[in-house]
Design a protein around this ligand. Structure first.
Ligand SMILES: [Zn+2]
Length: 258
């Protein structure tokens, strides 16, 4: 395990199945979202569900999605059609609306879409935050997506996930988020301290890249100023990364998508 993975492992939430209650409410600026009905402890299992509709890796043909939708029950289809879509796309017709819903609500099944992409009845409802409180993992053996609290969640707090790589400054995050058609107004992007956050996330990004370089190259081929070479330097950089994660409020699995 490299040092970056070890930092993540130390903060990985533990499975603790529980009955968690949350409801769907209108948000101030993002349509609808899920809100916790009670305080939720970090590590708590919040969502455990099978895909509503899934598209295997390598399939880019819309006819596959439209065919899969025909196999849904009426109730499942209603759930699917109640998800967010692009009004401009949807005005072209029902098929275009379905394609827009899939495009805006799909979730990777496994890292690098190993098992394709799917829309989920609950998880796809979660709005984005650059300081999310939920993250997911997909199990190919059960065919289910599970989502856990990655921090303590207050009663009444919105449940949020991240759609993007969080370890980058606000400007880059905003560019990535454009594909979902919104401007992020989360507690980080809307904060007066966004400049300090940007500085921390830029440095985290540099450290992450440096560790990637260490994995991908021999020591002789890299710029000694750009990466930690000695075990002592690597330890110092890993400690700095852990400190920045803590200061920024990002924990464990937020960073695995970086
Ligand atoms: Zn944000």
């Amino acid at each position: 395990m490299d040092r970056f993975a070890s930092v993540i492992e130390q903060t990985r939430p533990r499975d603790r199945p529980a009955s968690v209650r949350f409801d769907l409410r209108a948000t101030p600026s993002k349509g609808y979202g899920f809100y916790a009905l009670h305080a939720i402890e970090r590590g708590t299992l919040i969502i455990d569900e099978s895909p509503l509709v899934a598209v295997p890796p390598g399939i880019n043909d819309a006819s596959y999605l439209l065919g899969a939708l025909k196999k849904l029950t009426q109730e499942q289809l209603t759930t699917f059609h109640n998800l967010h879509f692009d009004d401009n796309e949807a005005s072209a017709g029902e098929d275009d609306k379905a394609i827009s819903i899939f495009a805006l609500n799909n979730v990777e099944m496994g890292s690098e879409q190993t098992h394709g992409r799917a829309v989920f009845a609950k998880y796809s409802r979660l709005n984005h935050s650059c300081l999310p409180n939920i993250d997911n993992s997909y199990s190919a053996s059960t065919g289910k997506l599970t989502a856990h609290a990655i921090r303590h969640i207050e009663s009444g707090e919105e449940l949020t996930t991240s759609y993007i790589n969080l370890v980058q400054p606000a400007e880059q995050r905003a560019l990535e988020l454009r594909q979902w058609g919104f401007e992020c107004s989360c507690s980080v992007c809307g904060s007066r301290d966004v400049a300090a956050s940007n500085k921390r996330r830029q440095r985290m990004c540099s450290i992450r890249e440096a560790f990637d370089i260490m994995v991908d190259h021999d020591d002789e081929t890299v710029d000694p100023d750009a990466v930690p070479i000695t075990p002592s330097e690597r330890s110092t950089w890993a400690a700095e990364l852990a400190k920045l994660c803590k200061e920024e409020g990002l924990v464990g699995r937020d960073l695995e998508h970086a």
